[in-house]
Design a protein around this ligand. Structure first.
Ligand code: SAM
Length: 175
């Protein structure tokens, strides 16, 4: 896999803060380079980028983008767009095509998504054809399309590193 960017649409600042933060944190932990947020909620950017500063990597959040403009810009630059929707083609049937992408934008909604996204996307992909969660959909998609195991990646830099252990917690802090 090449570059992966998440586009989060439909975020409502009064009720989706936690889940949108989890979309970003999950995307970061599983290999995406950043998240474009198609709503104005600077606290999401702040929270996720604070995690990146402490725990490593260069994951970014761009606040308040125009989603249609970003999709068109991405496609004009040669990227592909995968919209995650329970109504789409089931992921196991598309995973080989997705793995070929050099630049992939993955779009996830919150409540109801604008109907145009179904036409603008190169793929409408279901992570199983049952309703569940955008966090789960992102996690499973990033894991299935990865060419190297994303759970074995280490993110460079950061102030804190976990030393995995069978019991207890150990964290090394850099000054
Ligand atoms: N009822 C909404 C609709 O019809 O668009 C779906 C809301 S769902 C909680 C929020 C987002 O989670 C969806 O926009 C989609 O991106 C993602 N999602 C939920 N279930 C999914 C599934 N089975 N496959 C892929 N994405 C899913």
């Amino acid at each position: 896999m090449g570059r992966i960017v998440i586009l989060r649409i439909g975020h409502r600042a009064f009720r989706d803060k936690r889940i949108t933060t989890h979309v970003g944190l999950t995307a970061r932990a599983l290999g995406a380079e950043g998240m474009l947020l198609a709503s104005d909620d600077p606290s999401i950017k702040q929270n996720i980028e604070d995690v990146a500063t402490r725990w490593g990597g260069d994951f970014y959040v761009t606040n308040d983008v125009n989603w249609k403009h970003e999709v068109k810009k991405w496609k004009d630059a040669g990227g592909k767009v995968c919209h995650l929707s329970m109504y789409g083609v089931n992921l196991p049937n598309a995973v080989d095509d997705l793995k070929q992408c050099e630049q992939l934008m993955i779009v996830v909604g919150a409540e109801k998504v604008p109907p145009e996204i179904y036409d603008l996307a190169d793929w409408n992909i279901a992570v199983g054809n049952q309703p569940h969660s955008e966090v789960a959909a992102i996690a499973i998609t990033l894991d299935r399309i990865a060419t190297a195991d994303p759970l074995r990646q280490s993110l460079p830099g950061g102030q804190l590193t976990i030393v995995p252990m069978e019991k207890g917690k150990k964290v090394i802090e850099r000054q």
